[in-house]
Design a protein around this ligand. Structure first.
Ligand code: ADP
Ligand code: ASP
Ligand code: MG
Length: 411
């Protein structure tokens, strides 16, 4: 088999951990498999680099930020390769550009565009283990990074490009859980989860996999497993829907902190303000999440939307600039907020799931500020300080108190 193994920050967080990781790679090789390794930066290195930049300037130049952040993974890749060589396993560390990972020409959050596999394939043919830096690529000769948590995406992209038999994501928990085990002690490890559910969970804040990794795995049919680098467990397999055997209505619960809400109050109806407000926000690169428009009377509507807390001031500024044109009454801001979400493919065929969520949150005395739903998820915006209570209450209602039922095909 050809296996891509990705090791996250905690997994390579110390010299001891790097030795353990090298042992595991050597073992996989000894079992007769070809291995490509992808590594994250050691421990909290990336956070420290971000802080370092912040201590020098307020708004670092995006190009220089990528130059800086990309160094973290170079350290761990070289150390893992060194250790492998000392164990008698031929290995070579490669940066994103050396591995020929081309991205779109964007700094900070670039998508992988293509991978020229010639270098990786030739190393594999020579029996050498490529140890590739995750989280980065190259565009027009410039170093780019893929967004926080992006090493997962590097691994999946490499697995897809090489047609690998398996992509293993090694992390600090046993697999994908019903919710973040750091917040809910009773969180349960899932043996399997569908690509679609995993994609929703990842997009809604479950940190365990980078959303684009899941998106790419689904698109290219990459066999993806999440497991612990600290133990020998089977982990969680991310599979296509048909392969799922039994499930609850809700598969998992995700949450996001640092949510902020902007309300544009008293917008004259005839202004069709949604188009101008959201075009202006998009032009300035502000990512908007939940949007609610409510009719006040036949003259006016209120428009509110959420953004990441870091974008709150910018969003307010953009909307304020539209005041002379649109003539709304005022802008209100609210933060810190959080968003809790329940996700499950079983929701499609089970009415009343949203109602059950509202009841669980009411009973836990968590006020709901906004709601948004899709086929397989319901999200509520709530006060930030109640996020843990909310997640625990939802976990009790939808996971601990719910039976796993055999799959009934909804579509
Ligand atoms: P790595 O450095 O290995 O990439 P991350 O910190 O990015 O690891 O992701 C693993 C963490 O994700 C876990 O330690 C866990 O606290 C968190 N997490 C959040 N939601 C979930 C979930 N549903 N299942 C498992 N882990 C989760
Ligand atoms: N080191 C990067 C980060 O901390 C990428 C990753 O770990 O996936 O975001
Ligand atoms: Mg990660």
């Amino acid at each position: 088999m050809l296996v891509v193994q990705k090791y996250g920050g905690t997994s390579v967080g110390s010299t001891e951990r790097i030795r353990a990781v090298a042992d595991r790679i050597a073992r996989t090789r000894a079992e007769g498999h070809d291995v490509v390794v992808v590594v994250s930066a050691m421990g909290h290195t990336t956070d420290e680099l971000v802080d370092l930049a912040g201590a020098i300037v307020d708004r670092p130049e995006p190009r220089e930020m990528d130059q800086l952040l990309a160094t973290g993974e170079q350290v761990s890749a070289a150390l893992v390769a060194m250790r492998l060589i000392s164990l008698g396993v031929p290995a070579k560390s490669l940066t994103g550009w050396q591995a020929r990972i081309a991205t779109e020409p964007v700094h900070g959050n670039a998508r992988v565009a293509s991978i020229d596999t010639s270098v990786l394939s030739s190393l594999l043919e020579q029996g050498v283990v490529p140890v590739v830096t995750g989280f980065q690529g190259v565009a027009d000769g410039e170093v780019t990074t893929l967004g926080r948590g992006g090493s997962d995406t590097s691994a999946v992209a490499i697995a897809a490009a090489l047609g690998a038999d398996l992509c293993e994501i090694y992390t600090d928990v046993e697999g994908v859980y019903t919710t973040d085990p750091r917040v809910v002690k009773a969180a349960q490890k899932l043996d399997v989860i569908s690509y679609d559910e995993m994609l929703e969970l990842a997009n809604l804040g479950a940190q365990v996999l980078h959303p684009r990794a899941v998106e790419n795995a689904k698109h290219f049919g990459v066999k993806l497993v999440v497991r612990s680098s600290f133990t020998e467990g089977e982990g969680t397999e991310v599979v296509a829907e048909q392969q799922m055997e039994g499930r609850r209505v809700v598969t998992g619960i995700a949450f996001e902190r640092q949510v902020a809400r902007v309300a544009v109050v008293g917008v004259p109806v005839e202004e069709h303000a949604l188009a101008s407000i959201f075009s202006a926000l998009a032009d300035r690169g502000v990512n908007v999440d939940v949007i609610v428009q409510s009719v006040v009377d036949d003259q006016a509507v209120d428009v509110s939307f959420t953004v990441h807390e870091n974008d709150l001031d910018k969003a307010e500024e953009v909307v304020a600039e539209l005041q002379p044109k649109i003539g709304f009454k005022r802008i209100e801001k609210e933060s810190p907020l959080a968003k809790v979400s329940i996700v499950g493919a079983g929701m499609i065929s089970n009415p009343g799931v949203a109602a059950q969520m509202f009841v669980a949150l009411r009973d836990a005395k968590v006020p709901i500020h906004m709601v948004t739903t899709s086929e397989i998820k319901v999200s509520c915006v709530i006060p930030a300080d109640l996020v843990e209570e909310a997640v625990q209450a939802l976990h009790r209602a939808f996971i601990e108190a719910a039976a796993v039922t055999p799959l009934t095909h909804a579509r």
